[in-house]
Ligand binder design. Structure first.
Ligand code: NDP
Length: 284
């Protein structure tokens, strides 16, 4: 596993396990357990996924099996924007800790930058200072918004989790994240499985063949080598194992450029700049 040192000195695995749309409790518990068995140490969930208790059950099972210690795990959750008012945010964080069965959370993100972002950020700062959260960050946040947030608050976000994959590499956004020492984490690194096209790209297939890897492994490797942390989701044990098996090969500079050339710079899933997507999010 490769780690990223965040701007507050905390170490975060560059590859983790995503749990969006893993809503069946038994399946979620087993998938988290399988992920930890396979070597994942970062687990990504959110209040809005409705699975924090099942994720917590998977973590507990892994700890009971002695697969790792709590301090080796890196648990991320997110606060939904309906809970951004001060008291609601505190309640949401306490509930996340209770459901996950943990005394502290490694990373908490503001899920989307809607509603009372400032109030929620200050509650995250409060919990961070109390040691209940080890690092705080944002998600789906454009550079103009995080520059504003940084300038009027005490603690800088450690991470921005944004849709990032082969067709949406966020090369522009990355420059701003680097300028402010904010780590870049990709959600939907495999395009949420919507894009078989991505796996069939000739440039990907050539590299998959050369290194004896699958297209998914080539894409995840490309992102990690681009200093983008990834959190692929799968409920299938063989894919869970496949997706973490990317640390035994390295793409060379020309190969990296051949994949960088596939960027279409357009999000397919979450786009905070698209008014119709924002309107849709408001219905949640
Ligand atoms: P991913 O890009 O991780 O893709 C998941 C899909 O790809 C699933 O349908 C899965 O199918 C399939 N898949 C997984 N591995 C393989 C493989 N090796 N070969 C072929 N298909 C594969 O999408 P997600 O949207 O789930 O993103 C990952 C995580 O990011 C989420 O789970 C969540 O934790 C986070 N996220 C955060 C968001 C935010 O707003 N902050 C928004 C969206 C996601 P199967 O399960 O059947 O194997």
């Amino acid at each position: 596993m490769i780690y990223k040192v965040l701007n507050n000195g905390i170490k975060m695995p560059m590859l983790g396990y995503g749990t969006f749309q893993v809503t069946d409790a038994a399946e979620c518990k087993n998938s988290v357990l399988e992920a930890i068995r396979a070597g994942y140490r970062l687990i990504d969930t959110a209040q809005a996924y409705g699975n924090e208790d099942a994720v917590g059950a998977g973590i507990k099972a892994a700890l009971d099996e002695g697969l790792c210690t709590r301090s080796e795990l890196f648990i991320t959750t997110k606060v939904w924007f309906r809970s951004f008012e001060t008291e609601d945010c505190r309640k949401s964080l306490d509930e996340s800790m209770r459901k996950l069965g943990v005394e502290y959370i490694d990373m908490v993100l503001l899920h989307w930058a809607f509603g009372n972002v400032y109030a929620a950020w200050r509650v995250l700062e409060e919990y961070y200072k109390a040691g209940k959260i080890k690092a705080i960050g944002v998600s789906n946040m454009e550079a103009d918004r995080f520059i504003d947030l940084i300038n009027f608050n005490e603690i800088k976000p450690a991470l921005n989790q944004i849709e990032t994959h082969l067709y949406c590499q966020r090369l522009e956004e990355k420059k701003w994240l680097e300028k402010y020492s904010i780590a870049h984490q990709a959600y939907s690194p495999l395009g949420q499985g919507r894009s078989n096209e991505m796996f069939s790209e000739p440039a990907v297939k050539v590299l998959a063949e050369k290194y004896g890897k699958t297209p998914a492994q080539v894409i995840l490797r490309f992102l990690v080598q681009s200093d983008v942390a990834v959190i692929p989701k799968s409920v299938h044990t063989e894919r869970i194992r496949e997706n973490i098996n990317i640390f035994d090969f390295e793409l060379n500079e020309d190969e990296m450029l051949s994949l960088q050339a596939l960027d279409k710079a357009s999000p397919m899933i979450g786009n905070p700049e698209a008014p119709e997507k924002v309107e849709f999010a408001m219905t949640w």
